[in-house]
Design a binder for this molecule. Structure first.
Ligand SMILES: *[C@@H]1O[C@H](CO)[C@@H](O)[C@H](O)[C@H]1NC(C)=O
Ligand SMILES: *[C@@H]1O[C@H](CO)[C@@H](O)[C@H](O)[C@H]1NC(C)=O
Ligand SMILES: *[C@@H]1O[C@H](CO)[C@@H](O)[C@H](O)[C@H]1NC(C)=O
Length: 500
């Protein structure tokens, strides 16, 4: 699920205690070669998706104002991007983390040492308690709370108020962290993931139902190339704001509506296909999640990507701790390490399933500038980490793109973001269409395969059936033998005892 602050925790560690762990200048054996680059196909414009029927911004209607939503987010990838909401009557202004990897709307309901404020439901005349307990566990952190509902408005974009389910957080663990500036979480994924059950209407469904806005939202996160700072971004509720992207929007189908699960067909590092079975890229699912800091790859894929980067970057002397996130790598300020690293491309299934498109992240997105030391060195971390449960397209990738969550048409769109430039050059690219003849017709494992627990249950059930069958056979055989032999022998009674 949604939230993961691996990056931020390590960042604190580095700052606080790990000065000694910083790796000083890395040696580069020779300039990187571009000879290995694969042939670049031209993007054909015939597949341009013009988003039929979608509300484009700049044509505001009613209570909704798209332009007011531009720059309505603050924060960064390490600590999350958050939106200001007015909750209750009179309104209490609270900052809420935007998370596309979970589906509950939850707000601190009691004081917590790590946050400065909380939602005091007793002070809201419109709050209704349901008296139902709820708890949610994220990749990192968890909370326990109680369900209720209250009115809400979005100061930057939606002036009218609407009623949503709110979980008031009573108790939490590793959820609020020192330095975060938000006090709640806005889960924007599908109701399937809502706790305690999918019958809890999500924030966005309530918004769509009550305000009659199109069932779509889009997200631009603007932290590319910057050290942790409040750079911000935009969450456009109900549409697409053309000023936030350039070029075409490419869409990939949502393969199942729970997380925003998509299908990844291929990965390239420096233009070289990793050539793994595409099932590996979607093991056990591939999701787009704004609440995860890094690009997280299934362990096998991660190893393969690190190997490929090591080979392509031609940098010697990298300690393995850099790749696992335990160390920063530092270079002289004058030297920009980004030129030593390859681009990484992710191929996504197109809406036409026999076509794909690729989103490309350039080094500034995944070799992330973190801090300066001694005034002369700049230090960077690796923005990709291994994962056991999923491939997660987190902030590392999302910061390169304007990402459109088109729930109405069950698809996620990507376009090059207008804020994805570092030092004047664009750090993301999109191109397509590409044929999918070289990949399997489905890279997504079946439901059963994706749920290891289901396999365990079915094996246990099969084993139990086998045992029962065995007992039945033994029970059937024994009396007959008894009848035939006229006596019960030791061996058979032993078997009988054992099974009883
Ligand atoms: C790509 O397009 C350019 C012009 O737009 C053309 O000169 C070039 O040959 C094309 N390359 C390929 C591989 O089609
Ligand atoms: C809803 O919004 C209106 C203004 O649009 C405001 O006057 C009213 O007090 C709000 N109602 C609640 C319950 O917050
Ligand atoms: C899908 O793409 C294939 C290959 O590019 C093309 O032949 C086919 O006409 C497309 N189908 C649709 C419905 O556009």
């Amino acid at each position: 699920m949604g939230v993961s602050w691996t990056g931020f925790c390590c960042w604190l560690l580095w700052l606080g205690f790990c000065g000694a762990q910083i790796t000083f200048p890395l040696r580069v054996s020779s300039p990187p070669t571009r000879a290995q680059w694969g042939p670049l196909l031209n993007a054909s414009r015939e597949n341009k998706q013009n988003a039929p029927g979608l509300s484009l911004a700049s044509e505001p209607g009613g209570s909704i104002n798209f332009l007011a939503m531009v720059d309505n987010l603050q924060g960064d990838s390490g600590r999350g991007y958050y939106l200001e909401l007015d909750i209750g009557t009179p309104p209490q202004k609270l900052n809420i983390l935007v998370d596309t990897g979970s589906s509950n709307f939850a707000v601190a309901g009691t004081p917590d040492p790590d946050i400065s404020t909380y939602f005091d439901s007793e002070k809201s005349s419109t709050y209704h308690a349901f008296g139902i307990g709820v708890s949610v566990q994220y990749t990192q952190g968890s909370w326990v709370g109680v369900l209720g509902e209250d009115v809400i408005s979005v100061p930057k974009g939606l002036s009218s108020n609407f009623t949503v389910n709110i979980a008031s957080i009573i108790e939490s663990e590793n959820f609020f962290l020192p330095g975060v500036k938000w006090v709640g979480i806005l889960g924007l994924a599908y109701a399937t993931l809502a706790k305690p059950s999918s019958s809890v209407t999500t924030f966005f469904d309530s918004l769509v139902n009550q305000e009659h806005i199109p069932n779509i939202f889009s997200l631009q996160m603007c932290g590319a190339g910057l050290a942790s700072s409040d750079r911000g971004g935009s969450l456009v509720l109900g549409g697409i704001e053309p000023s936030l992207y350039s070029g075409d929007v490419w869409y990939t189908p949502v393969t199942e509506e729970w997380y925003y699960q998509v299908e990844i067909l291929k990965l390239e590092v420096g233009g070289i296909n990793l050539n793994m079975d595409c099932i590996e890229y979607n093991a056990d699912k591939a999701i787009v999640d704004s609440g995860t800091t890094l690009l997280r790859l299934p362990q096998k894929v991660f190893n393969s990507v690190v190997d490929a980067i090591t080979q392509t970057s031609l940098i010697r002397g990298f300690v393995s701790d850099f790749w696992t996130g335990g160390q920063l790598a530092c270079w002289d300020k004058a030297e920009k390490p980004w030129t030593y690293f390859p681009e990484i491309s992710i191929y996504l299934r197109g809406v036409n399933s026999s076509q794909s498109f690729r989103i490309t992240i350039k080094p500034p997105l995944y070799i992330q500038y973190i801090l300066s030391v001694q005034g002369s060195m700049d230090c960077y971390r690796f923005g990709i980490s291994p994962s056991t449960g999923a491939l997660v397209v987190g902030a590392t990738v999302m910061e390169g793109f304007y990402v459109i969550f088109d729930r109405a048409q069950k698809r996620v769109g990507f376009a090059v973001s207008t804020c994805a430039d570092v030092g004047g050059s664009q750090v993301s690219e999109i191109s397509g269409p590409f044929p999918t003849t070289d990949v399997s017709s489905s890279c997504v494992a079946t439901n059963l395969l994706r749920e290891p627990i289901m396999w365990i249950i079915s094996y246990v059930l099969m084993a139990m059936c086998g045992i029962i069958l065995l007992i039945l056979i033994i029970l059937l055989l024994l009396p007959r033998r008894h009848h035939q032999d006229g006596e019960v022998n030791d061996a058979s009674s032993l078997v009988q005892n054992r099974w009883k």
